[in-house]
Design a protein around this ligand. Structure first.
Ligand SMILES: Cc1cc2nc3c(=O)[nH]c(=O)nc-3n(C[C@H](O)[C@H](O)[C@H](O)COP(=O)(O)O)c2cc1C
Length: 178
């Protein structure tokens, strides 16, 4: 068995203890979001992957509704986690987790369909795209253009830029997207 630092053991055990409590109280774990971050700016090290593998493999012991697996959000090339770039995250963890995996981060209709067709994940989650496209499923079904949200309005108070994007109307929109 690999030797982990005391801090990693404490973090992993805290996540697993939370899972046990949720199973006890609700019969299953519906949501458990685990992210590995250090103080200040997080920089991945050679230990990061092993820690993630340990926690995710242990989560097989719990009846999780799903594992929301986030793809790389930073440029990992040249570092110890470079194999996890792009779809590498899903290729790496699919054989290690037996339950439902939902892929997130930078998904598009095409990429999501491909990941599911390749058997790498079961479902795909979209976040930012929903802001400017409140009717996203209908747009995907109609192969309609995808509008980009105004990032300058993210994390600002008030409804503007969050709930005032109009639904898709054919011929009324020209801006394309992903
Ligand atoms: C405006 C905005 C607010 C977000 N707030 C949260 C949050 O409160 N908690 C969280 O876990 N993720 C939050 N996220 C991250 C998203 O849930 C998602 O993981 C991330 O945007 C990557 O998915 P995407 O590429 O489909 O947007 C937020 C994202 C955006 C754009």
């Amino acid at each position: 068995m690999a030797i982990r630092s005391p801090v990693i053991n404490v973090m992993a055990n805290a996540a697993l203890k939370a899972a046990r409590g949720l199973v006890r109280d609700f019969g299953e774990v519906e949501q458990l979001q685990v992210s590995i971050k250090g103080p200040g700016e997080f920089v991945s090290t050679a230990d990061t992957l092993e820690t993630s593998e340990y926690v995710i493999e242990r989560l097989n012991e719990y009846s999780l509704a799903h594992l929301l697996l986030m793809g790389a959000m930073a440029d990992l090339s040249g570092g110890p986690l470079s194999d996890l770039q792009g779809d590498g995250m899903f290729k790496h963890f699919r054989p290690r987790y037996r339950g439902t995996i939902i892929a997130n981060v930078g998904m598009t209709r095409e990429r999501g369909n491909q990941l599911i067709a390749d058997g790498l994940v079961d479902l795909v989650a979209f976040a930012e795209m929903f802001i400017a496209n409140p009717d996203l499923p209908q747009r995907f079904a109609a192969l309609a253009p995808i509008r980009r949200s105004d990032r300058a309005l993210h994390y600002t108070p008030g409804p503007h830029g969050y709930i005032d994007y109009p639904p898709y109307e054919p011929d009324a929109q020209t801006d394309g997207g992903t």
